[in-house]
Design a binder for this molecule. Structure first.
Ligand SMILES: NC(=O)c1ccc[n+]([C@@H]2O[C@H](COP(=O)([O-])OP(=O)(O)OC[C@H]3O[C@@H](n4cnc5c(N)ncnc54)[C@H](OP(=O)(O)O)[C@@H]3O)[C@@H](O)[C@H]2O)c1
Length: 256
């Protein structure tokens, strides 16, 4: 009897935790898929495959060729393309799909957020007057801010921004979360930051800057999430584990 095979689309803290929990059971084969962009990826508790599949058709072929019984989309809430591909590939192959999406942060009393839909809108929302901006959106979309070169930018990312931004006043910090609120408070004050640009990623790991901004009364340009594909979704690793049981138990009783 073969074990059910789960493909986790990952690249997040939750995907690593989920993979670890599922691996502990011993009755499942787990493969974790990463985009392969990070220069020094974190160690993972299960076998990893790396790199794009080649669009929804490529992902569908992978699901068939590797006899995947369940796919879990545990990618970052801003990784829109792979989530759309997962929904399409699930439809093409009939492979069950569950999305693990951490809830977005919600505005609280004291927050001074300007919500925008795109990075281009975020750059415009900084205004004409030069400001000291903490750009905490990762490296891939930082180039959108080249159209507002009047600001000073403090850019934080896991890997270097390449090519460097074509703006005259920029400093880079290479660092991976989680980030504690007290450290974020120090970073913002020591760098005399006027305004933060953030993605509404949700979760605890990168919330420290939002909490610190609230304490300091600093404005945040919050780039909100795009609508996600209409698939079965859960918000936590615990809920994902329950969904796995629910979806796979008939197959496991049959012996797959
Ligand atoms: N966007 C963010 O803010 C962010 C933050 C933290 C971590 N991440 C992680 O970084 C990865 C890339 O993010 P992104 O925003 O560039 O994604 P994206 O725009 O949704 O995906 C672009 C392409 O990268 C490939 N890809 C993405 N995730 C993959 C995965 N887990 N396994 C295999 N291929 C994958 C797919 O290529 P093919 O079409 O060729 O299959 C996809 O079409 C994601 O896995 C995500 O979880 C993203």
């Amino acid at each position: 009897m073969r074990k059910p095979h789960i493909l986790i689309l990952g690249g997040t803290t939750e995907s690593r935790r989920l993979a670890g929990k599922l691996a502990e059971r011993g009755d499942l084969d787990i493969t974790l898929s990463l985009a392969g962009r990070t220069e020094t990826p974190m160690a993972q508790p299960v076998p990893v495959r790396s790199g794009g599949f080649g669009g929804p058709e490529g992902l569908a072929a992978y699901l068939r060729n590797h006899a995947i019984d369940l796919m879990i989309d545990a990618t970052h809430p801003f990784a829109a393309r792979i989530s759309a591909n997962a929904a399409e590939a699930s439809g093409l192959t009939g492979t069950p799909l569950v999305a693990l999406r951490r809830p977005a942060w919600e505005r609280q009393q004291g927050d001074r957020w300007t919500s925008v839909a795109t990075m281009t809108e975020a750059a415009a929302a900084l205004g004409e007057t030069p400001k000291r901006v903490f750009l905490a959106i990762g490296r891939q979309e930082a180039f959108h801010f080249e159209c507002a070169p009047q600001h000073h930018y403090l850019v934080r990312s896991v890997d270097p921004v390449t090519p460097p931004l074509a703006v005259p006043d920029v400093r880079y910090i290479l660092s991976a979360g989680p980030f504690a609120e007290a450290d974020e408070y120090s970073l913002l004050t020591e760098n005399r930051i006027d305004i933060i640009v953030a993605k509404n990623s949700g979760g605890d790991a990168t919330h420290g800057k939002i909490a610190a901004a609230r304490r300091l009364g600093l404005p945040v340009i919050m780039v909100e999430r795009r609508p996600t594909p209409d698939v079965q979704a859960v918000g936590t690793v615990a809920e994902a584990l329950l969904a796995v049981d629910h979806i796979l138990s008939p197959a496991m009783k049959r012996g797959v």
